[in-house]
Design a protein around this ligand. Structure first.
Ligand SMILES: [Zn+2]
Length: 459
């Protein structure tokens, strides 16, 4: 039951978001001409538009009967610093080690606090304009508080962590105690439950000692927050873990007790049978970034098992990764690719469909990051994270009898028109209204030129 006339005072409802409402609630209920009533940062009612209009006559109405209204989308793995200011600049015909050590590391290392805040704002503007209301930031190096400030200015929900690694001879490396002290500091600066909250965030791969990853996981568990890190997007991680520990990555970290429901592993593309079982048995969540794997030629179509993991009940969400790895911050585009590749790989039209893709962006994604109690569906008392799609464009002509099928397969972020995050109107008419992107354009391009010149001088 989603339409629950509650104790909400009529005057508290300020906005009705009208359209074909895809609730993503437990019954996957859809309302043909429905509305979602916003009171403060919460959803006050979900029900037939005419009824809510009568009950809240003074509320503003956004959308029409033809609009499509969904929960805000979750982007479960997104870098907000490092790549944005040199977006799509790293050559494609390049070895991954050169991409990291000749591009990503020197450019990221030269970022000032101003650069990080600018990057985060640009990434967040693109995200919200494509309907993303919650992002798991994949890890940043030097100025997390500036990233938090940029995210708060745009008004996007996010988790955020400061990377650390404690291996020898790596740039930005620090002892485990120092890395953990930084993580602890972030937890106090960005407390759990805020719009931007701290998560324990390690780089992952084989760039963490056993001591660091075990203590980091324990810190996440005892603090009641999530933990995220990269593992096995390519075949290199299994090779290095086998050389160092004699075990494959998921076996080694399982044996250390790292995994569990608090962990969101980014990627997990190169898994053997035992590692697939470990993901399922430990209920560890996976953030899949299909565009990045394909863009970087990492073997997703041959080695990847994400469709199988989904089919077997793994906790899965979707990410867009970075602006030189997948590039577009558009989760609808990524969901279509994920579902399409899964169906093709399993050669099974019964395996997954558009509704599964939308679930990974909404309630399923929220469950994967342990936030399904507050976001991920349009239900009374949840946070008012809401996306309205304008269906006047050609991608909605003609209109399908299955709105979700059309949204995932025929459309993408281009039809996103209005976005609310915690009840705040952040996108209107397809434009971010909290931060003016045009005012950032000149500075962004000047900084791009600076980083490209820096890179050229070091080449
Ligand atoms: Zn990443």
């Amino acid at each position: 039951m989603v339409d629950m006339p509650s104790a909400v005072n009529e005057a508290m409802v300020t906005v009705l978001v009208r359209g074909h409402v895809v609730t993503m609630d437990g019954d996957r209920r859809e309302l043909a001409d429905g509305a979602v009533a916003i009171a403060g940062d919460r959803i006050a009612r979900v029900g037939p538009y005419q009824q809510l209009r009568a009950d809240y006559p003074s509320a503003a109405v956004v959308g029409t009967a033809d609009s499509v209204v969904t929960p805000g989308y979750i982007n479960a793995h997104q870098h907000l610093t490092g790549d944005r200011l040199i977006r799509s600049c790293i050559p494609e015909r390049i070895d991954s080690q050169d991409a990291i050590f000749k591009w990503a590391v020197p450019v990221h290392g030269a970022h000032t606090g101003d650069d990080d805040e600018l990057s985060a704002m640009l990434g967040a503007i693109e995200a919200v304009c494509n309907g993303v209301t919650c992002t798991v930031e994949a890890g940043t190096v030097a100025h997390p508080e500036r990233i938090a400030a940029g995210l708060q200015r745009v008004g996007m929900r996010a988790t955020l962590g400061q990377w650390g690694w404690d291996v020898a001879d790596a740039p930005f490396a620090a002892p485990a105690d120092e890395v953990l002290a930084r993580q602890t500091e972030m937890l106090s600066k960005l407390p759990h439950g805020g719009l931007v909250e701290a998560w324990i965030t390690l780089v992952g791969h084989d760039l963490m000692s056993d001591d660091l990853v075990v203590r980091a996981s324990e810190l996440a568990r005892t603090s009641g927050v999530g933990m995220t890190f990269h593992l096995s997007p390519h075949a290199g991680d299994p090779v290095s873990y086998l050389a160092r520990t004699g075990k494959r990555p998921f076996v080694h970290l399982r044996d250390l007790g790292v995994f569990g429901r608090h962990v969101l592993v980014a990627h997990a593309v190169h898994l053997d049978d035992e590692e697939v079982d470990i993901v399922l048995q430990t209920e560890t969540a996976i953030a899949s970034c299909p565009w990045a794997y394909i863009r970087l030629a990492q073997g997703f179509t041959t080695a990847g098992r994400h469709g199988e993991l989904f089919a077997r009940g793994a906790r899965m969400a979707i990410g867009c990764d970075a602006e030189n790895a997948g590039d577009a911050v558009d989760v609808l585009r990524a969901a279509a690719l994920f579902v399409g590749l899964a169906r093709d790989k399993m050669m099974d039209p019964f395996s997954m469909d558009a509704h599964d893709g939308l679930s990974m962006l909404t309630i399923g994604g929220a469950e994967a990051i342990n936030k399904s109690a507050t976001i991920g569906s349009l239900e009374v008392a949840k946070q008012a994270d809401i996306v309205l799609h304008d269906t006047s464009g050609p991608e909605w002509m003609t209109r399908s009898t299955d709105v979700v099928r059309q949204l995932v397969w025929a459309s993408d972020g281009r039809s996103v028109s209005e976005v609310f995050v915690a009840g705040r109107h952040v996108v209107s008419g397809g434009k971010c209204i909290t931060v003016d992107m045009e005012s950032l354009r000149a500075e962004a391009h000047a900084r791009r030129d600076f980083f490209l010149a820096l890179r050229a001088s070091q080449a």
